[in-house]
Write a protein that binds this ligand. Structure first.
Ligand SMILES: *Cc1c(COP(=O)(O)O)cnc(C)c1O
Length: 473
């Protein structure tokens, strides 16, 4: 297996061969878990790195063959473990950011998870069980969405970005779309209104200014090239102070009078008014529909609390045009996603969403409730941690965030558990928590690591305690 060795330092001779390491205990343990190809690649990379390391040391302090083999074994085992830990895996979100995009946005309700599992095998996704023949895809979700939003029709695609791309492509390809300058937003780094417009083949016609846009600005921009008026919910930011923008009803009226389509991208959107939970400025979809929007799009995995999905509701004629477009076929939702969405919408239809949907429960938890849970959890954790764990637990008031580019100025009062370690810095402690099983994602503020139980399910408290105790005992 060894290639030409003429340029190797003498110490290279002490390195075990690829085959030797492959036959060692670390590799043999990894082979059934990762497969030969990946283990081989790791072994080669580790030996190559060792060769460079040894060459740099020029004879001084180079361990013998046995020592080198032992080190390679240990490094291979660590690399194999890192590989096994990679990929999509369950974590405990103790950041207090409820709709955390990097951590999978909305955690699903138990019913939605059940529905998703059940749909993983064969499922009647596009099949009419009564008739025994082809049915329409996701028609239950469609009828629930009609019921819950008051819209004439609905369509489900992969995410809200897909919904926007589809709507703009179908209604505005090659024509002008009027948008206020205050709504040319970027959401989450890769969704930018001007870019999605360009991709759909529409021509952007900006009107007004960043802070103020009037109805007459839209009016005077309308020409024979115009096809659509677009209103975008700014989602992750707010302009405050001297501001003005026409409401949905005014724009819908103008569009109707001018023979144009009016499309509102509500972003997160809410099926129920969340103002009682202290969450302001998020459009309630039913109200947007009632105000006359021809089509409205929103995400399924933000405030709605369901799986990743993009939902379009609106007038029958407009939604049907979207459904018939070839692009819809490329953006259509998967069966497990539709199953989870149906189960989530069922909770709203039954009137039990506030109890069943994790996002709504987390948003409605009060600082007092979270404080009581935090104190109890900290006490249990102190008990379980031995004397010399070096970990000190405390408590402090703070704020949680809605996240997901929704309600950026709604700060939710919370109670936090503080963690400090005798010998670890804040960043070292935060990193150590990420290495737990399951990984615990925390945040750091003024030198302390913080856990916010708002985003930790009650049934995960035991898991959290066990994982931390295992790290420090
Ligand atoms: C979040 C958001 C999107 C993108 O939604 P995804 O479901 O993440 O694709 C689009 N528009 C607005 C206004 C948003 O807030």
């Amino acid at each position: 297996m060894r290639r030409k060795t003429s340029r190797e330092p003498q110490a290279g001779a002490a390195l075990p061969s690829v085959d030797e390491v492959l036959n060692g205990p670390a590799a043999r343990a990894l082979l059934p878990l990762l497969g030969r190809e990946r283990v081989l690649t790791m072994v080669r990379a580790l030996i190559a790195a060792k060769r460079v390391e040894i060459a740099g040391r020029e004879g001084a302090g180079i361990p013998g063959r046995v020592g080198l083999t032992e080190r390679l074994e240990a490094e291979l085992a660590a690399m194999g473990e890192a590989e096994q830990r990679s990929g999509v895996r369950r974590v405990i979100n103790a950041t207090g950011v409820v709709v955390h995009t990097n951590l999978g946005r909305a955690p699903l309700s138990p019913r939605a998870i059940e529905a998703m599992k059940a749909a993983s095998g064969y499922a009647a996704i596009e099949y009419d069980l009564a008739a025994g023949s082809r049915g329409s895809r996701g028609d239950k979700a469609v009828s629930l969405l009609k019921l819950l939003t008051g819209a004439e029709d609905a369509l489900v695609v992969n995410n809200c970005a897909a919904a926007a791309l589809l709507a703009l492509s179908v209604f505005a390809r090659g024509r002008e779309v009027i948008v206020s300058r205050g709504e040319l937003v970027e959401i989450g780094g890769d969704f930018r209104i001007p870019d999605i417009l360009a991709h759909s083949g529409a021509v952007l016609r900006e009107v007004g200014t960043t802070n103020r846009t009037h109805l007459r600005d839209y009016e005077s921009a309308i020409s024979e090239r115009t096809s659509l008026i677009l209103k975008v919910h700014p989602s992750n930011f707010r302009i405050t102070g001297f501001t003005k923008t026409p409401g949905t009803a005014e724009l819908a009226e103008l569009a109707r009078a001018s023979g144009l389509t009016f499309y509102e991208d509500a972003g997160s959107g809410a099926l129920a008014d969340l103002a009682p939970l202290g969450i302001s400025g998020e459009p309630v979809i039913r109200e947007v529909v009632a105000s006359g929007a021809d089509i409205v799009s929103f995400s399924g995995d933000k405030l709605l609390g369901g799986p990743q999905s993009g939902i379009v509701v609106g007038r029958e004629e407009e939604v049907e045009r979207l459904r018939r477009d070839p692009l819809y076929r490329a953006l259509r939702a998967d069966k497990t996603m539709i199953a989870a969405l149906e189960a989530t919408l069922e909770s709203y239809a039954r009137g039990t969403a506030a109890q069943e949907i994790p996002v709504l429960r987390m948003l409605s938890a009060t600082a007092d409730e979270i404080g009581a849970r935090s104190a109890s959890l900290a006490a249990r954790m102190r008990n379980a941690l031995g004397e010399g764990s070096g970990l000190h637990l405390g408590g402090v008031a703070g704020v949680s965030a809605v996240g997901g580019g929704a309600a950026p100025d709604s700060a939710l009062e919370t109670a936090l558990i503080t963690l400090e370690h005798l010998h670890l810095s804040d960043t070292q402690l935060e990193e150590k928590l990420r290495s737990a099983e399951p990984p615990i994602i925390s945040r750091i503020e003024s030198g302390r690591v913080l856990l916010d139980l708002r985003t930790v399910a009650e049934e995960d408290e035991v898991v959290l305690i066990d994982a931390i105790v295992k790290l420090f005992n």
